[in-house]
Design a protein around this ligand. Structure first.
Ligand SMILES: Cc1cc2nc3c(=O)[nH]c(=O)nc-3n(C[C@H](O)[C@H](O)[C@H](O)COP(=O)(O)OP(=O)(O)OC[C@H]3O[C@@H](n4cnc5c(N)ncnc54)[C@H](O)[C@@H]3O)c2cc1C
Length: 405
């Protein structure tokens, strides 16, 4: 049976996040965006709302909600501003859910619990100055010395680089395999900001998601205890791809919220602005843009909801989460472009929010798999060039969903 009903808990969450965003963030976002300022108080408030550990079981400090709830929160947060959803993507999606699935009990106690409670903030470090899509091209190395790994390298374009306390870092632990570009030589590590040799900075010339923090971090012979190896040595690539399955889900849901924000702003303006003696909503070509936003919004929402449902019942969703992310982000770029168009010259000023939507949407067409990489993935599934094999660790199904299946 197909059930499109959200639960009362889902509706309450949606309403709570929406009202918080409208009350605390919306009145300040224009100023924060203009000043390129990251507001730490939002993190505290998001922690109080339980968002920073939303789909993490309560035994690990989380709110114990299902994965659809993670999507709903992401959609509502990006409705207000993309930088809030980015926090969910890196802190909960890429990092927290990966530790939940691949981390040892000790790692979950030491890292996942404080992260889920929001007393520590976490992110994900894969990209480097010379390698993004081409993961095999990263240069960071982890050399084993006794009971430690010594990490050296630089990560770039990292969300929350200057904010986070904990970093899930992908590095080459087998230097022979690095030469051969064999991904079974990659490993994943938890690196703390407090470790000696770690430094970070904020990227100053970014032109979107300006209220968010994006930067770089450097590891100069950072000693990481063996207990901070996530999974087994050589599982780093699989862990990175697993993390992206979670992050992409939040990006898809977030971009869906951005489409809705574009739609709502466009409808409002189309009813206010007059041209040729009538409100511009009366012009068919304006209607066409608004109608496209609505169809994109509904389709994007169904795609991420399906992916959330698959997560809830414990089924693999790499293909579905990738498709949801690709569709929603490309559609959000279309929606934001049209929202600016509907606003005419006013859309070209930051007095109206649609200019911010236009700048913010583009990042998601690039990160967590570019538009082109997602196209290739979907074609490769169809052509039989790509098949998902089971991984050693899987995302735990949501308990309620699993028992009512
Ligand atoms: C705002 C922002 C936040 C980010 N946050 C994080 C983060 O928290 N952690 C993190 O690790 N990274 C992060 N990233 C980095 C992001 O994941 C990378 O930018 C992304 O993976 C693309 O890599 P690249 O920029 O090196 O582009 P490249 O890989 O160099 O690609 C350049 C162009 O070539 C195309 N291309 C590359 N390979 C192929 C191919 N095989 N076939 C067809 N076309 C191809 C791409 O689609 C793209 O159009 C962030 C990026 C941004 C913009």
């Amino acid at each position: 049976m197909i059930d499109f009903e959200l639960t009362d808990e889902h509706h309450l969450l949606e309403r709570t996040v929406r009202e918080w965003g409208a009350r605390e963030v919306a009145p300040r976002i224009q100023e924060l965006d203009r000043e390129h300022r990251f507001e730490r108080a939002f993190l505290t408030q998001m922690a109080e709302l339980g968002l920073l550990g939303i789909s993490v079981p309560t035994e690990y400090g989380g709110a114990g909600m299902d994965y659809v709830s993670l999507g709903l929160a992401s959609e509502e947060l990006e409705y207000v501003d993309t930088h809030l959803r980015v926090i969910m993507s890196v802190h909960v999606g890429l990092n927290g859910l990966t530790l939940l699935s691949w981390g040892t009990e000790d790692q979950k106690r030491r890292y996942l619990v404080p992260q889920s409670q929001g007393t520590k903030i976490a992110t994900f470090g894969l990209t480097e100055p010379a390698a993004g899509s081409d993961v095999r091209g990263i240069q960071t190395v982890a050399v084993k010395k006794g009971d430690r790994y010594v990490l050296s390298g630089e990560k770039m374009w990292i969300s929350l680089a200057d904010v986070a306390d904990h970093f899930l870092v992908i590095a080459w632990s087998d230097l022979e395999k690095k030469k051969k570009r064999d991904t079974s030589g990659l490993s994943a590590f938890i690196v703390e900001r407090a470790f000696r040799g770690f430094s970070s900075g904020t990227m100053k010339h970014k032109w979107g998601i300006l209220a968010g923090n994006t930067g770089f971090f450097k590891m100069d012979e950072v000693e990481v205890p063996q207990e901070n190896l996530v999974g087994r040595e050589g599982e780093g690539f699989k862990i990175a791809m697993f993390a992206l399955d979670q992050g992409r889900f939040t990006v898809a849901a977030g971009a869906t919220g951005l489409i809705r924000a574009c739609r709502d702003a466009s409808v409002k303006y189309a009813l206010e602005r007059k041209a040729f003696g009538v409100e511009i909503g009366q012009h068919q070509l304006v209607k066409e843009m608004i109608a496209q936003m609505e169809s994109d919004y509904e389709a994007a929402r169904l795609l991420w909801l399906r992916s959330g449902w698959l997560k809830n019942v414990g089924r693999r969703n790499t293909k579905e989460s990738g498709l949801a992310k690709w569709f929603a982000t490309v559609a959000s770029e279309r929606a934001a472009g049209d929202a600016v168009q509907i606003h005419g010259a006013n859309g070209y000023s930051d007095e109206y929010p649609v200019g911010r939507f236009y700048r913010n949407c583009k990042g998601a067409v690039i990160y967590e798999g570019t538009r082109e990489i997602h196209k290739l993935m979907q074609a490769d599934y169809l052509l039989g060039y790509r098949v998902d094999r089971p991984t050693r660790c899987e995302l735990p199904p949501h308990q309620k969903a699993a028992t009512t299946r």
